[in-house]
Design a protein around this ligand. Structure first.
Ligand SMILES: *Cc1c(COP(=O)(O)O)cnc(C)c1O
Length: 390
């Protein structure tokens, strides 16, 4: 049985009539950029994030860039972020003229390692960007404590974690600014590019609004240099159709993840690490390590990411899955501190062993909401068969 890594056909066709209706509404309105639909969507996302303000943006990347610009980060500044993340987290830092400083990641939850983060603070550090990777919160209590101690701003890159919680708090609402992405593969996916910035700080929200439109305030007057980071009315309107279903999408992702963990966890050679062991090296001998969720967190499972340990074993599993037509992806194969574009800004001898190990070992399996029971069975059987043959 073929199992794609992600298939949005069923999700979108279930809403086809409503999607077509709002498309017609926007078509007839003649208003295609910002406007009422965007404002209504901003209010709805602010409610999801539990923040006072939300500013729609053209992508998750642009929301991050806007956040950094609104905080006045630029040349001479350093911003600490994980190396084990999507490129945009660090790319945006460089685009402001500031320097991304890479920190190591926890091998259990894949999020930024607190003590490594703290060790990288210098007199130039201005901000921290924790990333809530794969749907689970970074250790925000520690990040906020370190941030406060050193007078640093905190931007939560919540691109993969809309609606997820850290204890009682919604992700995006804990730091100074949070950012979301509505790239089609994210839990709330648009029909193109879209993003959002959220904050409780009225002045930051206002500055982000002005910067998103070339810094024009009022029209044709530019005290700031911004850009075109505006959200389309059509994306906002279509996303508003999907938003009421986000909780249901998430509960299906959780069901899929729970089933994987319960059934894969019984296979010989598979280990579920104790999340209390965060920061320590996970599972010493196991061939496959399952993803763990910290108590108090509730992952929204943007990805279900296992670690396949041992020389050549991940490649062998990939060949096995590929031959069976089972989708997978490696998020992420190359650490950001090894990327050519960051070479001049990164110490040559920088070693982030846990991040580097994660890049060698991770493998993300299909976990999208509409994944059927037989498809999930096929994924589990494929992995069981691979481990048996070894
Ligand atoms: C997807 C993603 C982004 C960028 O979002 P886009 O909407 O694709 O620009 C930023 N950070 C992380 C961690 C992401 O996963």
């Amino acid at each position: 049985m073929k199992v794609p890594l992600l298939d949005l056909t069923e999700q979108n066709s279930a809403l086809e009539a409503e999607l077509r209706a709002v498309f017609a509404k926007v078509l007839e309105s003649g208003r295609f950029i910002l406007g009422e639909e965007v404002e209504a969507f901003e209010a709805e996302i602010a409610a999801v994030a539990g923040t006072q303000f939300a500013v729609g943006a053209s992508s998750g990347t642009d929301a991050l860039l806007l956040a950094l610009m609104a905080l006045g980060i630029g040349p001479g500044d350093e911003v600490i972020c994980p190396s084990f993340t999507f490129f945009a987290t660090a790319g945006c830092v460089s685009r402001t003229g500031a320097t991304p400083v890479f920190a190591d990641s926890c091998p259990v939850c894949f999020n930024i390692d607190l003590s490594d983060l703290e060790s990288r603070i210098t007199s130039r550090t201005r901000a921290i960007i924790p990333v809530h990777l794969f749907g689970q919160a970074a250790a925000m209590e520690g990040v906020m404590r370190v941030g406060r101690q050193h007078g640093l701003r905190v931007i939560e890159d919540a691109a993969q974690s809309i609606g997820a919680r850290y204890g009682e708090q919604s992700l995006g609402s804990i730091g100074d600014i949070g950012t979301f992405s509505f790239f089609p593969t994210k839990n709330l996916g648009a029909f193109g590019d879209a993003g959002m910035l959220v904050t409780d700080d009225a002045a930051l929200a206002e500055k982000a609004r002005v910067l998103r439109n070339h810094g024009a305030q009022p029209k044709y007057h530019h005290a700031l240099i911004g850009g075109n980071f505006r959200l389309d009315a059509l994306q906002a309107a279509l996303l508003r159709v999907k938003l009421p279903h986000l909780e249901s999408y998430t509960s299906h992702r959780r069901r899929n993840a729970a089933d994987y963990t319960a059934r894969l966890g019984t296979l010989p050679g598979v280990e579920l690490p104790n999340p209390a062991g965060c920061g320590t090296e996970a599972g010493t001998e196991a061939a496959v390590i399952l993803p763990a969720v910290h108590s108090g967190n509730d992952s929204i499972w943007n990805q279900y990411t296992i670690r396949v340990r041992g020389e050549g074993r991940r490649d062998a599993l990939i060949r096995h899955l590929g031959a069976l037509g089972i989708g997978y992806e490696i998020y992420y194969p190359i650490p950001l501190h090894r990327q050519e574009c960051f070479r001049s800004a990164t110490p040559r001898d920088l070693s982030l062993p846990r991040c580097e190990a994660a890049c060698r070992e991770v493998l993300s399996l299909p976990v999208y909401p509409e994944l059927s029971d037989p498809m999930r069975d096929a994924v589990i059987e494929a992995i069981a068969e691979f481990l048996e043959k070894e």
